[in-house]
Design a protein around this ligand. Structure first.
Ligand code: KG4
Ligand code: ZN
Length: 338
């Protein structure tokens, strides 16, 4: 079965072709980062208009890459929430248009379920059940995943998401938008321990996160340093990254223990972070557990993860028979669970 995945929920247009036997045949992403940079964040109307321009050329691109024709597509998976309503509508319109033209089913996919199942694109793929650390621009969650569609929320952030904290720290350090990769690169040059930041909720005893205080700590520290000194900025970035990574790693290990699970899966944009990947690899081998990451380019938004989640739903026969055109800008993963 050949599944086309379409992702347009925010500022990346992602298209992919996934075959149930052969795996990922092609994927292409257009990032709108350069367009939104001037505004310091995503401008929803600009995002929708750009998705309109990009989807069909990217579709042609993945078809050529995969050496397939549109008529060979068996099903179309599209992100229908959560996300920016205009951006979601672009993907949904094109998916339903194609579905009607080709006479193929359209599967609406929850964006976070896409992230959550993206490690299944890796070889070897993790097997169920596992604990998932979902760390993106809008979410920081630990989930127990028993099977496709069976997700139990173990812990969530009470305020900012980890990616949001990275983006805000970047802005305070004058690194622009988007911040995660830039803060991570700057931190590489920082001296560990030179700047110590608080580890919010580290000893809370539960799996709750909180990152907004860390942003305040970065603000206070930025005011104290000589902003023209590269080493001082790098040390601060290092202090920030180490604090975030410490909390994420400790709570992930705690979640594995609480669920008596031995597989951790990391997903979402912050999952591309080199320091987090390194740390989780060390901690999990110490705890005799396995950790799975999607390839870094599949951690951030992409069509491949949507095709994967769509395929998983199709294999369970869980396709909305109404072929509903609705999109859901606010939609929790619990509501998408079986
Ligand atoms: O999953 P994603 O692409 O979009 C959402 O669904 O939110 O995640 C984007 C977030 C942004 O906050 C970005 O700064 C962060 O992921 N991010 C990173 C890295 N790459 C992306 N954060 C830390 N280190 C990275 N290398
Ligand atoms: Zn995402």
């Amino acid at each position: 079965m050949l599944v086309l995945g379409i992702e347009t929920s925010c500022d990346e247009t992602g298209l992919a072709l996934l075959d149930d036997g052969l795996g990922l045949l092609a994927h292409a992403v257009h990032s709108q980062v350069d367009m939104h940079r001037a505004y310091g964040g995503v401008v929803p109307e600009l995002a929708s208009r750009d998705h309109i321009r990009r989807v069909l050329p990217l579709l042609d691109q993945v078809l050529v890459q995969a050496g397939r024709r549109a008529s060979e597509i068996d099903a179309i998976a599209v992100t229908i929430g959560p996300g920016l309503i205009g951006a979601l509508l672009v993907g949904a319109s094109i998916a339903h248009g194609l579905g009607a033209a080709l006479g193929r089913p359209v599967v609406g996919v929850h964006h976070l379920e896409g992230h959550l199942l993206s490690p299944l694109l890796a070889r070897p793929a993790p097997s169920f059940p596992f604990v998932a650390l979902l760390v993106s621009g809008g979410h920081t969650q630990l989930l127990h995943v028993r099977a496709v569609g069976a997700y139990r929320l173990l812990g969530d952030t009470v305020d900012d998401a980890a990616g949001e904290a990275f983006d805000k720290a970047a802005r305070l350090l004058g690194l622009g938008y988007p911040g995660g990769p830039a803060v991570s690169r700057l931190a590489e040059f920082g001296t560990p321990g030179a700047v110590t930041m608080p580890r919010p909720m580290l000893h809370s005893g539960d799996l709750t996160f909180s990152f907004s205080g860390l942003k305040t700590a970065v603000l206070t520290a930025v005011r104290k340093i000589d902003s023209t000194c590269d080493q001082a900025r790098a040390d601060l970035a290092r202090g920030f990254v180490d604090a975030v990574v410490d909390v994420l790693a400790a709570k992930s290990m705690q979640a594995l223990k609480e669920c008596t699970a031995n597989t951790l899966v990391v997903a979402g944009g912050v999952g591309a972070n080199a320091q987090l990947r390194e740390r989780l690899a060390v901690d999990s081998s110490r705890h005799n557990t396995q950790v799975f990451f999607p390839p870094p380019e599949l951690c951030t938004d992409n069509g491949a993860m949507i095709a994967m989640a769509g395929l998983a739903r199709l294999q369970r026969g869980a396709v909305d028979p109404r072929r509903s055109f609705t999109v859901y800008p606010r939609w929790t993963l619990a509501e998408a669970s079986a």
